[in-house]
Design a protein around this ligand. Structure first.
Ligand code: AMP
Length: 491
């Protein structure tokens, strides 16, 4: 493998007449996609983007946006996508940190050459296309060369730029093709954003490497996604996709008959959602686990038992260990930090050698920060983030254990369990609960937990809220809850 784009281009050439993108108002064949990539790579090259040069992109999802990503790879550049929700001052941080040759986005900048991705108009990248230009060659790259920087979603602290190489992207795309049994007649329903690892690398790469058409929706609108399901064979989504689809009264076995696999990740899928989905559609959701730094780590099997509440087995080629603070593997069944090493594990954090050293061990294992446990067969379950772990009176409480039980109580829609400062215990467990209708009381929850959980795991305070704060990928933002309720037991 040289430049990952070269591998993708082979597929495009083999599938020129096949649809690549079904868009809201038009359709692109693989020939159309290739043409757009060739046009844009010429514009990038004439604007000075070459090997190792960063291109920071903050635009709405579109076919041209996908082509711009691929064009950046083609000219050897480093693609840096940003969440469209970031504010101008956040953007300043990323531009300063990534130090790009080019910025593509809505705001014109004085510190870097900038373009929009609008169809036409002043400063538009599309408008700069020269229809007569001879396509530029694919710039040769090595497996270990940088292809993209993904800024971590930043639910705590400063965003770090995870450096992904051509080898990382290629190896994971190949592993997933195999793991999820990609077929020639697949059609992928793509309603994820493409500024994040899930929509850009996991979903798009599987399709692009296999010449699969994608129903490419600008964002997740529940009715639109529901209506497209009969035309598709694969859906990749975050858990909220599934909970929202469950609210559609006409979601039946017959409606989803053409979908061969429903995949979920980026945030925990509750057993309730897994079970309700199975009741309504006759299908088990396939849950997998990944992150910006490593793409996909584990997956439930395509064929065979999918256990709700678990994220399945390590992908072939990936070494995974559940470790103590010294990086030593703990006995099976014990909780520890998930550490991984393998061909898709990133190359470190951009311009943060100290952080890289803290999180990648000398033997190459990356300390994910997720706490997990492996059963006798090797199946992995995630019990929370290391920083979400609550230590109360010297005892460890894994939020997931408490959350799963509260989630199942009568009248509870969902909940989040956090630790807050407590004078006596250091930290104390607090439950933030979304009730179905009537407010839930602390006494009720405690009495229900009495038989099920040791007393030190019981919440010492409970708050009713109408919804939990989530980021775009459906992750509950526990840092916001911790900030908001930090004084609840002290004042
Ligand atoms: P990101 O880099 O934004 O993709 O976030 C990665 C984090 O999302 C992981 O470290 C996990 O904490 C979480 N995550 C991803 N997939 C799952 C899953 N299936 N279950 C629970 N947490 C998940």
């Amino acid at each position: 493998m040289t430049n990952f784009y070269k591998e993708l281009e082979k597929t495009f050439q083999d599938n020129l007449q096949k649809p690549s993108l079904f868009l809201t108002d038009r359709e692109w064949s693989y020939a159309d996609l290739l043409k757009s990539i060739n046009d844009l790579s010429h514009v990038l090259a004439t604007n000075g983007v070459g090997a190792e040069d960063r291109v920071v992109v903050q635009v709405e999802k579109s076919a041209e946006n996908l082509a711009l990503y691929l064009a950046t790879l083609k000219v050897g550049g480093v693609y840096v996508p940003l969440n469209t929700a970031y504010t101008p001052s956040e953007l300043d941080y990323f531009i300063n940190d990534a130090d790009p040759t080019l910025f593509v986005g809505e705001s014109e900048r004085t510190d870097v050459r900038s373009f929009t991705l609008d169809a036409l108009g002043k400063g538009s990248l599309i408008d700069s296309i020269d229809p007569e230009a001879t396509p530029v060659d694919v710039v040769s790259r090595d497996e270990s060369d940088l292809a993209s920087i993904l800024y971590t979603s930043g639910t705590t602290g400063r965003s770090k730029g995870a450096m992904l190489t051509h080898g990382n992207l290629y190896s994971n795309a190949v592993a997933l093709t195999d793991c999820w049994g990609w077929r020639d007649d697949d059609v992928l329903l793509h309603a994820l954003p493409i500024f994040h690892v899930h929509g850009l690398f996991i979903a798009s790469h599987c399709a692009l490497l296999n010449g699969t058409p994608m129903v490419f929706l600008p964002k997740f609108e529940v009715e639109e996604v529901f209506n497209k399901l009969p035309e598709c064979t694969v859906l990749m989504g975050v858990p909220t996709f599934y909970t929202r689809l469950l609210s559609q009264p006409n979601l039946t076995q017959d409606h989803v008959r053409n979908v061969r696999v429903f995949i979920s990740g980026s945030a925990p899928l509750t057993e309730t959602t897994f079970n309700e989905w199975e009741e309504r559609t006759g299908r088990e959701i396939l849950e997998r686990y990944g992150m910006s730094e490593t793409i996909i780590n584990t997956s439930n099997p395509l064929d065979g038992l999918r256990v709700p509440g678990t994220v399945g087995f390590p992908l072939p080629g990936l070494s995974l260990r559940i470790a103590n603070d010294a990086g030593e593997e703990v006995p099976r069944g014990e909780v520890g930090t998930i550490e991984v090493s393998g061909p898709a594990v990133f190359n470190g954090y951009w311009r943060m050698p100290e952080k890289t050293k803290e999180e990648i061990r000398e033997d190459g294992f990356f300390i994910t920060g997720d706490m997990g446990v492996q059963d006798d067969e090797g199946r992995v379950s995630i019990v929370g983030r290391a920083k979400d772990l609550v230590i109360t009176g010297g005892f460890n409480v894994y939020p997931k254990e408490v959350e799963s039980i509260i989630d199942d109580l009568q009248g509870v829609k969902e909940c989040a369990v956090i630790g807050v400062p407590h004078t006596d215990f250091g930290e104390a467990v607090v439950a933030v609960v979304v009730p179905e209708s009537e407010e839930i009381s602390l006494d009720f929850v405690k009495s229900e937990l009495l038989e099920k959980l040791a007393k030190f795991k019981h919440p010492k305070a409970l708050v009713n809220v109408s919804e939990l704060p989530r980021n775009t990928m459906g992750k509950v933002q526990k840092n916001l809850l911790r900030d908001q309720y930090s004084k609840i037991l002290i004042d």
